[in-house]
Ligand binder design. Sequence first.
Ligand SMILES: Nc1ncnc2c1ncn2[C@@H]1O[C@H](COP(=O)(O)OP(=O)(O)OP(=O)(O)O)[C@@H](O)[C@H]1O
Ligand SMILES: [Mg+2]
Length: 273
Amino acid sequence: MSTATRTTPETKPVIATGVPSAPPLPDDLEALLRRLRLPHIRRHAPQVLATAKAQRWEPAEVLRALFGVEAAGRERSALATRRASAAFPTGKTFDAWTAEASSIPAPTQQALRTLEWVHRRENLVVCGPSGTGKTFLLEALGQQAVEAGLKVAWFTLEDLGVLLRRHRADDTVSKAITRVLRADLVVVDDIGLLPVAQDAAEGLYRLVDAAYEKRSVAVSSNLHPAAFDELMPKTLATATVDRLLHHAHVCQTSGDSVRLSQALAGQGVRPLA
Ligand SMILES: Nc1ncnc2c1ncn2[C@@H]1O[C@H](COP(=O)(O)OP(=O)(O)OP(=O)(O)O)[C@@H](O)[C@H]1O
Ligand SMILES: [Mg+2]
């Protein structure tokens, strides 16, 4: 094995300095990698092989480097796919979150961020006035779950109504809900700003019922779920809330709207000139 200064042949060894330019792969090898669907090896192999030759790597190290780039590349693609299929509303993560600006106690925030509640298939209800970070918290938790390898599905109540209408015609609502529940965490954002349409109320019930004790559901609402019967038919509300709250963490947000404080502090926009 070479003892010269060298890159470690793991996931990012391929941009080695001082390595002669990498010749392209022979056509048959290129074709084989294409056939075996190893796109990341195909892309990085010329550089890895050139580095390996220049630094006299052990054969096992070459394999480790090649499969390392494939594994890392696949993880990156899977993350991008999970993120895209979650369809988050803004793309915000905990990087932009100010813990002190939230009225949720810091230990609770910390406990939520561990995502253990998702692994335990418990629910989360975040309720409180407008602008107090409910949607942001759910999105940041969702992003964290996606980063941790979990699948997340993001819905508004309106989306649930659309889902129900689309699948009621051909009687495939149960199938559609089962597909939604491939996600480990299903978020329903913004219950309680407007009266809930019948389709959406039914969609929410079907979702919460199907997810009960099987998947985590997180909802944000301006109202405590106990008051959902103000928004939807009482029988549906009772059945939904009963299942939702049985294993749920309820976090109440309070205080002034962060939107309003940011606007009043001149942080809502970038100056025009
Ligand atoms: N803890 C926080 N740190 C940084 N920004 C925050 C925080 N909480 C809220 N904000 C910002 O305040 C704004 C309002 O937050 P958000 O949309 O999450 O509120 P909400 O409670 O969902 O309101 P609504 O009930 O109207 O839907 C967003 O721009 C969000 O980024
Ligand atoms: Mg919101």
